[in-house]
Every structure is written in C-alpha cells, then in structure tokens.
Write a protein that binds this ligand. Structure first.
Ligand code: FRU
Length: 505
C-alpha cells in the first residue's frame, strides 16, 4: 500500500495542474453540497457514524474529471453539514486485483477494526477485496489475500460488484450486486466468519429483465448496482440501482421480508424520480438510530464541458429515510442543514386565484432553501418557478398537481427552459405524489447552483440544471385552479468551502 501510495502521488504530481482552481471558478459548482476538491466523484462509499464522526468515502479520480482508475476519497463531519477532507483512503494498486480501480463498497466494524469491503477492478473484472484501517480511519492496508472471493458464481453474469455487509447471529453476511443474462438483476448472498473466507449461499432475490424500459413500473434492469439491505420501522428494504447495459439508470427499492436466505418482495418503488441524478445511494444507521442516505448527483452536461470545468459529480445532501404511512419510504434532508440558513424571508399565508402568478422578489438566488405548504384544489396545480432570468428566457419549473379525483397527484420537474445552452440535458422528470384529502403538499426545494433537490410529501426528485444567465435567480409561483399558500419560507444558504482545496489531502 505504501508503495502504491508513493507511485500514485508521483502520478498525481504529473497531473494537469489547476483542477481545483478551475473548479471553484465554475458558476455551476454547488456551494453547500459536498463535492470533491476537483476531478471526478461518483458513488458514496463506506458510510458510517464511527465514534461520533460521520465518514463519507466516495469514488474519486483526483487526476482528471473523468471516470478512470477510481480511488476512494474520504471526508468527515461531526454534524453532516460541514466536511473536512481526509487523506485519500484507497488508491488502485500498481499490481493486484484493484490495479484498474477501487470500486464501490462499505465500511464495517470488525470487533473494533475498521474494515472496508470493496470491488477491486482489473480489466473488465471486479472482485471483492478487503482493507483494514488505523483507529482514526485515516490509513488503510489492503489484505494480502485479496481478492477474497476468487470468482463470481457460475453462470452467464452481466457483472459482479458492490457490497452490502452486515453481522447477523455471529456471522458476516454479504450481498454482491449482479445480473443473470436473460433472466434479470440479482444480489448474491455470501457468508463468512472472518470477512475473508466466503461461502456462497445463493441469490437473495432475482428480478425479471423481460419488462422493457425504465418507463415500466416493474422494470428492474439487467444488473443491480450498489445493493443496500436494511430494516426500517419493522419493514425490510432492498435498495439497488437498476442498470441496463449502460442506457438507463434508476435507483429503486423493494419493500418486503428478509428471512433466512431470501428476500420476499411485496412491492417495487422508485427511490428518487430524478433517476440517474440520484444514483448509487448508500445508507447507514447513525448513533441516533436514524437511517441516513446519500446518493450521487450525476452531471447533465457533456464530456467537454466537464473537462473544462475541472470537476464533476455532486454528493446529494444527506437524507433521513423513514417509513411513511403508505408503507413507502419518506425522505427529507437531515434537519442539521438548517444551520446553513441565513436571511429568512417568510411571506405569510396567501391565496392565489386560478391563472395568477406571484413573483417573490425578496427571494432570489442560486443558493436557496425553500419550504412551503400548498393546498391545491382538485384538478389544479402549483408551479414553483426558480432560477428565472429577468426576461424569462431561462426558468426551471417544479410542478405539483392534484388530479380531479382529489387523491392522486404528480410531482414534475420541467427543465426544457432551464438553460439556453442546447447541449445540456433538459429532459423532464416526474413521479407520483401522495396526497391526503385536503390536497396539501409540503414542498421543500434546495437550489445549489447546478444541483437541485426536491422533496414533496416525502417523495424525492434530484436533478441538475445549468442556467447560463447570471440573472437567472428569480423565484415565483403560478397557480392553475385555486392554490392556498399556507406558508412560504426561504433562506439563502451559506457556503461550505471557500477557495480551492488540495486534490490530494
Ligand atoms: C455505480 C458504479 C458501481 C461501481 C462504481 C464504479 O455508479 O458503477 O457499480 O462499483 O460505480 O465507480
């Protein structure tokens, strides 16, 4: 490992200078979401609340804003709000099973020894590897026995990577994400006494790949990335990122029952309507007993724009996940984020007539937290407009609508006019919005430059937007049908980092 680190540092010295310096100049770079100092970031890894400190590791390439020879970056926090960059935790070996990348994995407590289980990549193959950490989790030693599983189970598999590891009745259990070609995505279950010697048990659950596209509500893809099994308020949840030969990506979860060596599903749900904009989530239970989840907010701009920016990939805000009254997951940003709020604006309650528009002149910006409760008449909708330029040529619209039946609703994000740049992704996003009899919608919108996270009655929708106009800062509401705005509170959010950070702390 020391040898690998020395070599990696030497390569880093040869890297193009200025990634971190360029990154901070980019107007699209979020300021209160966690981002890597520069270069590439993807999945959250090794999430843990260890001795009072939250550890967030992540898929990182400090050499370029491109997915190549992935390292594990590392940051710590005491409050889930501000983050300290820690030394890079894992670097691909100069030889061995992870010479082409240290892919996603988890951190477990092995009788006091912090232990990482991750996917070592070599060529087109990924195999499970283990590394043990110093008590402060700052330096890591790869196990000489890596890879700890020499080959995937027999069969024609689409992939074999990413890990969920837990201790149960004195034994380690371990899921590895995979897919059986022609059948569907799956998670293979293993067992071990020591995290090194693994016995294959069988597939925990296998999906059905025959349903066509992500538009189908029963679609689960051909491979399950980043499987995450947890129990919440008595319900078992199997979360995974459905992938299908590289074209579609969607974070999904099954509710059901995990018993013995199988998971019996009740129902399949969408974890975030932003699809690939909240990808590869991982969660942990913190010392307060909360289920805290992060996901990777991918870019919606092209490779050239990313290379010019010098950085890419945003970590979502940490979310608390609970079980809603409807048996589905309810998500909300952790309450600690309120510490970043500044300059509160509260409009008080008002009612909007059909077809009216209210411009909220006191609430403008590209770094905002907005909380509102809207009551919508059956058949009506409210459109919250954000990042609107003075001439209206750029605007992003978040729409909550209530069907004529009064009890079904839709949450939509319209990005067609978010940016005058024709090269950025402008596809809309939408999903079902649960409503109660009075048609109330608790809507929370966090705007952080290109990162947008929306929460409506517990459902989540994350995405990226890239307005080009410096004056695309306006906020307003439009009503179709009568909309009662019961509260509307907004804050400017403080920035987490100032100035460039070392790419290789
Ligand atoms: C998900 C993923 C994982 C893999 C990692 C590689 O985004 O593809 O399956 O381990 O990213 O960086």
């Amino acid at each position: 490992m020391t040898h690998d680190l020395t070599q990696a540092r030497a390569r880093h010295e040869d890297a193009p200078k200025g990634l971190a310096e360029r990154a901070v100049l980019d107007p699209h770079r979020p300021r209160f979401h966690f981002t890597a100092p520069g270069g590439w970031l993807n999945d959250p890894n090794g999430l843990a609340h260890w001795d009072g400190v939250y550890h967030l590791f992540y898929q990182y390439n400090p050499l370029a804003a491109a997915h190549h020879r992935i390292h594990w970056g590392h940051a710590t926090s005491r409050d889930l709000v501000s983050w300290t960059d820690e030394p890079v935790a894992l670097v691909p070996g100069s030889e061995g099973p992870d010479r082409d990348g240290c892919w996603s994995g988890v951190l477990v407590d092995d009788a006091g020894t912090p232990t990482l289980v991750y996917s070592g990549r070599h060529g087109e193959r990924e195999l499970p590897c283990v590394a043990t950490g110093s008590p402060d989790l700052r330096s890591w030693r790869k196990d000489p026995a890596n890879p700890v599983i020499a080959a995937p189970p027999e069969g024609d598999l689409t992939a074999f990577r990413d890990h969920c590891v837990w201790r149960e009745n004195g034994t380690w259990r371990h899921l590895v994400g995979s897919g059986i070609r022609g059948v569907g995505g799956t998670a293979f279950l293993y067992e071990s006494e020591d995290l090194r010697d693994w016995r294959y048990v069988g597939p925990l659950l296998t999906g059905d790949a025959s349903s066509g596209t992500a538009a189908d509500l029963d679609w689960t893809g051909t491979m399950w990335e980043c499987v995450d099994l947890f129990r919440i308020d008595g319900a078992d949840i199997l979360a995974f990122s459905a992938w299908d030969e590289g074209t579609t990506h969607y974070p999904l979860y099954w509710t059901g029952r995990y018993e013995g060596d199988t998971f019996t599903p009740d129902a399949l749900h969408r974890l975030d309507y932003g699809q690939r904009y909240f990808y590869a989530p991982q969660s942990t239970r913190d010392a307060r007993g909360r289920r805290v989840m992060f996901g990777w907010l991918q870019e919606g701009r092209d490779k050239d724009a990313i290379a010019a920016a010098g950085w890419c990939g945003v970590m979502s805000l940490p979310r608390v996940v609970t079980l809603g009254a409807d048996g589905q997951l309810a998500q909300a940003p952790v309450p600690e984020l309120a510490r970043l709020r500044r300059d509160a604006v509260r409009t008080g309650a008002f009612t909007m007539a059909d077809g009216t528009h209210v411009g909220l002149d006191d609430v403008s910006g590209d770094q905002l937290d907005i909380e509102t409760t809207l009551r919508i008449a059956p058949g009506g909708s409210a459109r919250l407009v954000v990042r609107e330029s003075a001439d209206g040529s750029e605007r992003t619209v978040i729409e909550v609508s209530r069907a004529a039946d009064g009890i079904t609703g839709t949450l939509s994000l319209h990005r067609e006019t978010s940016s005058l740049d024709p090269s950025v992704d402008s596809e809309p996003r939408y999903g079902e919005l649960p409503l109660t009899g009075d048609g109330a919608v608790d809507l929370r919108v966090l705007i952080d430059h290109s990162a947008l996270e929306i929460f409506a009655n517990g459902r989540a929708l994350a995405a990226r937007i890239y307005p080009t106009r410096p004056d695309a800062l306006g906020v307003g509401i439009r009503a179709a049908g009568i909309v009662a705005v019961e509260r509307f509170d907004a804050w400017r959010m403080a920035a987490l980092f100032d100035g460039p950070r070392p790419l290789w702390p």
